[in-house]
Design a protein around this ligand. Structure first.
Ligand SMILES: Nc1nc2c(ncn2[C@@H]2O[C@@H]3COP(=O)(O)O[C@H]4[C@@H](O)[C@H](n5cnc6c(=O)[nH]c(N)nc65)O[C@@H]4COP(=O)(O)O[C@H]3[C@H]2O)c(=O)[nH]1
Length: 762
């Protein structure tokens, strides 16, 4: 009865401990409670829970009851055959030991525990021994009831342990899942942030960018691209030819539309191409597309990245520059440079194909008259209309109509079969100009003179052909204008050179190629500049600075001296006035007047205009004339001189001594000064005759109350002789060579008297 009661009590306790164990969710605490349960159920002094790792061959003390727990917990020992637990594992049945000390296989631990009796039961999981529950006590040995209770406890505990282990595993899994979930959320968040960052970077790029897949679908676009191509969404997944080129089918190379996708796949590197697109407002834009391959993580191409740059403005600027460099801004025709390029190309072709080529050189007849009388604006419009008519005549491919400059045009007939063809074209041009031009209400008639040169007869280079066509054009002018002339070798002679120089001078006057140099006349008494003589120079575009000796006689012969002389007069008066305004010591300016200007009969008006336009007072102007003017002069010359004198203008006789040296005329004409020709001065120190003549002229001049100026003083010795002869005014290289006006400013600034350094100023 007592045993039954003990057994029932034990079962009751067992039930309580099992319930308690089920409330513990953590393994460590569970094992300790398990051991405490053993002590309570079977009345043990202490209990130990040991797990077995068969494969590793170890026993691990997982927990012990009471104070032993801290000592044994976690202790792993090899599963030796002498070990009590090992015996339980080996046979899989409980083991009861009444006197531990009598057992040879009791382990050191038990000996330390100093226990008498032991009861060990296996803990089975799915039929395998996985652990051992051991109860120990001092005194009474364990009996059958204890063994049954402990076995029952071990059996139930095994289920609890499994349940708890499952729950722990579940919890661990749940925690791992949660952690994984958090990690995924964090990764997704990071990805989203990266995407926002990348999109804002890509959107921040000012140039349009489009990413296209190998299937031609647009994967991505930036804001600039969406704006430019009017795409609604960033990755619209539409085909690129639709979105970008507004085509139903992909771009095909043979239609002249390069396909960047194909290009990049072929080249396997970035490719640059030019495309045309329409912008929002429908305007045509020229776009440069830089296409690069888009590579996947394994390095294979998965698409392309297209970066677009609008180069319309750059293209326009380039076109403007090209236009400016190669085209005439007034008529829009090719200019001389482009003409020469094209002529060289045509020549190479003509040489290869052994064909003829013609150059036509045109100059409009009396165009200057229209320009001068009706103004530049009308002249310009006339040139534009002439250009149009010329283009209308020369319409064949390869022909070039160019403006050479001014009223000159030049035409290249790149292929002709006969010289007559060139003559026919020239005649057509002459005919085309017959119909009058109506400009600003004026009906204008203009004709042209045309010179023709033909390759290979009249030259083999572009320069020779142009030059010879130019010569032929002069001949056409000579022949009475409004005609055409074929070049002949005789044209290339001195006479033609002169003719061409005359023509150049005419143009030079229009193009303001003339410049004035000045040479001072010095009063050696006080060292002051008393006068500046204006001496004209011609800044020829190819010949350089041409001296007057080369073109003044020609200008006189052709009458060009009249406009030229007027220009010199006006420029010199204006310059002197400017020097005065700048505060330099006042001095006269001397201008050479040619006989032709006097014969013209308008010298007085020209002088009056030059003075009033410049604001120069007449007393600061000297007109230098040669002796011959007085000798050849009629009463009208005398009358002109008298008017000029009354105006307050001074008149000087230039190169005195080389002509008649007539005293009679000196008395008759209102002369203020004499300039002794430099041929007397040159040898004045060595030739007593020259000295005597010079002395006589000086004495005579003083008698007539004339100022004397010695020309061409080059040395100090000449100066000393002249000074001894009482000549006070001198001019020559000793003081200064003729030089441009601006070079004298520093000289004028010097203190009075300092001019006589007798060195060269400029
Ligand atoms: N060897 C030498 N020569 C000196 C010396 N000092 C001055 N000369 C040169 O002598 C010439 C003096 O001018 P000119 O007798 O009127 O002779 C002038 C004048 O008759 C004419 N000329 C120059 N400008 C004009 C102009 O505007 N109108 C007209 N109608 N004739 C002009 O051309 C001529 C030559 O002018 P340029 O060549 O400038 O030559 C200038 C001058 O440079 C010197 O010490 N030694």
């Amino acid at each position: 009865m007592a045993n039954l009661k003990r057994y029932n009590d034990g079962l009751f306790k067992l039930d309580l401990w099992i319930r308690r164990l089920l409330t513990i969710g953590e393994s460590g605490a569970l094992y300790t409670a398990l051991c405490d349960g053993v002590c309570d159920i079977v009345g043990a002094g202490t209990a130990v829970f040991t797990t077995i790792d068969i494969q590793a061959g170890t026993l691990t003390y997982m927990a012990a009851s009471g104070g032993w727990n801290a000592m044994v917990k976690g202790l792993a020992v090899p599963m030796k055959s002498g070990n009590l637990c090992a015996s339980v594992v080996a046979c899989g049945t409980p083991l009861r030991i009444d006197r531990i000390s009598s057992r040879a296989d009791s382990c050191e631990l038990l000996q330390v525990m100093d226990m008498d009796a032991a009861l060990l039961v296996p803990v089975l999981e799915e039929g395998r021994v996985t652990a051992c529950l051991s109860a120990f006590r001092v005194g009474n040995p364990f009996d059958q009831i204890d063994e049954q209770l402990l076995q029952q406890y071990a059996h139930t505990a095994a289920m609890v342990l499994r349940t708890v282990h499952l729950m722990v595993d579940l919890r661990r899994h749940a925690a791992m899942l949660e952690e994984e979930n958090d990690e995924r959320t964090r990764a997704e968040q990071k990805l989203a942030e990266t995407n926002v960052f990348l999109n804002s970077v890509v959107d921040g790029v000012a140039e349009p960018m489009v990413v296209v897949g190998l299937d031609r679908r647009v994967i991505m676009t930036n804001r600039a691209a969406r704006d430019f191509f009017q795409i609604a969404e960033a990755g619209s997944d539409e085909a690129c030819h639709r979105l970008i080129h507004h085509r139903d089918t992909p771009c095909v190379r043979d239609e002249g539309m390069r396909c960047p996708l194909l290009d990049v796949r072929t080249a396997k590197r970035p490719v640059i191409a030019t495309q045309e697109h329409r912008d929002r407002s429908g305007d045509k834009r020229v776009v440069e597309v830089m296409t690069s391959p888009l590579l996947g993580s394994d390095g294979t191409a998965i698409g392309i990245i297209e970066a677009f740059r609008d180069i319309t403005d750059r293209r326009q600027a380039e076109e403007t520059i090209r236009q400016m460099a190669y085209y005439d801004s007034l008529t829009g025709l090719p200019n001389r440079r482009l003409f020469n390029d094209r002529l060289r190309q045509s020549l190479a072709l003509a040489q290869r194909s052994k064909r003829l080529l013609a150059v036509l050189f045109l100059d409009l007849d009396r165009f200057k008259l229209i320009n001068d009388t009706l103004g530049h604006a009308v002249g310009d419009k006339l040139l534009m209309q002439v250009a149009k008519r010329l283009k209308g005549v020369c319409r064949r491919d390869g022909d070039t109509v160019a403006r050479q400059g001014g009223d000159e045009f030049i035409i290249n007939l790149s292929v002709i079969s006969d010289v007559k063809d060139a003559l026919k074209v020239a005649q057509k041009i002459i005919d085309s100009l017959r119909t009058p031009f109506v400009i600003d209400g004026h009906e204008l008639f203009i004709t042209t003179s045309i010179g023709i040169s033909v390759f290979p007869y009249d030259g083999r280079t572009s320069d020779a052909l142009v030059k010879n066509a130019d010569f032929a054009m002069y001949r056409a002018k000579e022949q009475g204008r409004n005609n055409c002339q074929l070049y002949t070798p005789e044209m290339n002679s001195k006479a033609f050179e002169r003719l061409s120089l005359e023509n150049d001078l005419r143009k030079g006057l229009e193009r303001e190629e003339l410049v004035l140099y000045y040479q001072p006349k010095v009063n050696v008494d006080d060292g002051q500049i008393s006068c500046m003589e204006a001496l004209v120079r011609w800044q020829h575009p190819t010949l350089g600075l041409v001296p007057p000796a080369r073109f003044i006689p020609l200008a006189e012969e052709t009458g060009l001296i009249v406009p030229l002389g007027e220009w010199v007069l006006r420029t010199a008066c204006r310059q002197n006035r400017e020097w005065q305004k700048a505060g330099y010591p006042p001095m006269q300016v001397a201008v050479n007047i040619s006989p032709r200007q006097l014969q013209q009969g308008s010298l007085v008006e020209v002088v009056e205009r030059a003075l009033s336009d410049s604001g120069l007072a007449p007393r600061w102007l000297v007109l230098e004339v040669t002796e011959s003017i007085m000798m050849d002069g009629t009463e009208s010359t005398l009358a002109t001189f008298r008017v000029l004198e009354r105006m307050g203008i001074h008149i000087a006789i230039d190169d005195f001594g080389t002509g008649y040296s007539s005293l009679h005329y000196l008395k008759k004409f209102p002369i203020h000064a004499l300039k002794i020709d430099r041929s007397f001065i040159r040898d004045i120190t060595t030739n007593p005759d020259d000295e005597a003549i010079t002395s006589a002229v000086i004495t005579m001049s003083k008698g007539l109350n004339l100022k004397v100026v010695a020309e061409g003083v080059e040395t100090v010795e000449q100066l000393e002789v002249l000074r001894a002869l009482q000549c006070t005014h001198m001019q020559g290289h000793l003081f200064s060579r003729p030089a441009p006006a601006e070079q004298f400013a520093p000289v004028f600034g010097r203190a009075a008297g300092a001019y006589l350094g007798f060195g060269t100023w400029c």
